[in-house]
Design a protein around this ligand. Structure first.
Ligand SMILES: [Zn+2]
Length: 357
């Protein structure tokens, strides 16, 4: 097995994180063990990919239920006290790169339930829209709802060029990164841009717990990868918390060789968190996203329930546990599987609780 960024051989006997349980990106628990490798050469984190791992990932995608608690609406983002639509914010953050794209061919890769199409519909009515997803479960619905010209199951079916392509939480799922980025470069028009968004492992170590995320990117790692395939790689100034947004254009004819970057260790902290959760007594967990679901699977019967601030979720159940109102009072402590910056904001919003993190 080789590093997806720098192609250095990886020692599969030497994983830095072992997960006995994890969660899929749709929050369903995964009971198959997973391991994470750390590239000695460039510091990239990636899952140990075996035939069994790929079979399970396939299985996850076949039964995918994105954010069923919210009936397909986006997950509430705990980075803001008021929930906002992540995709609209992303388009606003990329405004400077999109303002000259009045009439354009637009493709959303990995469209899922169409959250990005909805955001584009509200911000850029003139664009001609296309979408791609490996699952065509939502195809008819999305074609109808967003007047899509075409829906592709595979990128290799695409014969057009596009002026704007979005890939929201796609790249971290890709196993053949080289083939994928080459294909992406091939369908971008001369002046076209692709907006790529992935989770930021340096801001949020809980991303390690998501089984079907093959890559866990740092900003430097992502830049080192993308600059092998694109001449222009830009990070917009405004970024969304816990995510990395990057814009690429001018695909290279031949990939450039990898440029060395700095390595940062995030796995020690994650392993400490796994140990901490194993030793906790009965607790609640704040939130209902992948990190909270991961804690739930480690806690088992020690989990008293989930707490959430979203009225749409309170009173429902998740993984057979009740979701309670985070604004009520509780006798037992509450565990926070979040980055420190986010915990600081939670402490301001929910000062009455005994919090563990
Ligand atoms: Zn590497």
């Amino acid at each position: 097995m080789n590093c997806l960024i720098c192609n250095a051989p990886l020692n599969t006997q030497n994983s830095v994180i072992k997960l006995n349980q994890s969660v899929a990106s749709d929050c369903t628990p995964v009971n198959l063990p997973a391991e994470i490798l750390w590239c000695d050469e460039c510091g990239h984190y990636q899952k140990l990919v075996s035939a069994e791992y790929l079979r399970k990932v396939d299985d996850i995608y076949k039964n995918y239920q994105p954010y069923s608690l919210n009936q397909g609406k986006e997950q509430q983002n705990f980075s803001a006290s008021i929930p906002f639509t992540r995709c609209v914010k992303l388009i606003k953050n990329c405004f400077n790169y999109l303002k000259d794209k009045d009439v354009c061919n637009y493709l959303d890769i990995g469209t899922g339930s169409g959250a990005m199409l909805q955001a584009v519909e509200s911000e850029h009515q003139d664009w001609t829209k296309y979408a791609q997803d490996i699952s065509d479960n939502n195809a008819d619905l999305l074609i109808d709802k967003y007047s899509l010209v075409d829906f592709y199951s595979s990128l290799s079916d695409v014969t057009l060029n596009f002026d704007v392509i979005t890939l929201i939480h796609v790249l971290e799922h890709i196993e053949d990164v080289d083939g994928f980025l080459t294909e992406l470069g091939g369908i971008l028009s001369n002046s076209g841009i692709a907006i790529i968004q992935v989770p930021a492992i340096e801001e949020n170590i809980w991303d390690f717990a998501i089984f079907d995320h093959i890559s866990h990117f740092s900003r430097q790692g992502l830049e080192a990868l993308l600059s092998q395939y694109f001449d222009i790689v830009t990070f917009p100034e405004e970024q969304i918390a816990k995510e990395i947004t990057v814009i690429v254009s001018n695909p290279r004819r031949k990939p450039r060789t990898y440029i060395r970057n700095n390595r940062a260790d995030k796995h020690t902290e994650f392993n400490q968190k796994q140990g901490q959760i194993r030793s906790l007594e009965n607790v609640y967990v704040l939130g209902t996203g992948p990190a909270a679901c991961f804690c739930a699977s480690l806690l088992g019967s020690r989990l008293l329930g989930f707490l959430d601030e979203d009225p749409d979720k309170i009173g429902k159940s998740l993984l057979c546990k009740k979701i309670f109102d985070a604004n009520s009072n509780y006798l037992r402590p509450i565990y926070l599987p979040y980055p420190l910056e986010q915990i600081r904001q939670i402490k301001v919003r929910l000062p009455q609780h005994q919090l563990i993190y």
